[in-house]
Design a protein around this ligand. Structure first.
Ligand SMILES: [Zn+2]
Length: 124
């Protein structure tokens, strides 16, 4: 058996480990091709803000997300949009249809969110 370290496989493993939580998958899908702030994700997913922040931090540490500040909002974006393809492919291996996955990427504005992306549609 080959016992020498396999750094490339470790990198793949680190990536998959960072993804391997349902909340993280939902966060990544909700961000989708666009960007989202914490309050947007909170309004969308119904998770507590601290819970979302904890997962965002893990995704950032794995270099899966980039951030942009606008006023008092910090927007999160996928570091590489091909992550969505990876999730879709993982879905098809797990018998989840592309349509079901894509349903989770619908990020229409929510009345509870007052971020600059949602505010013009809401009464913020
Ligand atoms: Zn919003």
């Amino acid at each position: 058996m080959n016992t020498k370290t396999l750094p490339n496989l470790n990198q793949i493993n680190n990536l998959l480990s960072a993804l391997s939580h349902p909340a993280r998958l939902r966060i990544l899908l909700t961000i989708g091709q666009g960007e989202a702030c914490v309050c947007h994700l909170e309004a969308h997913l119904g998770y507590r803000q601290a819970y979302i922040s904890q997962h965002l931090m893990a995704l950032r540490e794995a270099d899966l997300l980039t951030t942009r500040r606008e006023g008092r909002y910090i927007f999160y974006r996928l570091a590489d949009p091909s992550l969505l393809d990876l999730i879709r492919q993982a879905g098809s291996l797990a018998n989840v249809t592309q349509a079901e996955v894509d349903d989770l990427t619908q990020t229409s504005p929510r009345s509870q969110c007052c971020c600059p992306h949602c505010a013009e549609d809401n009464s913020c």
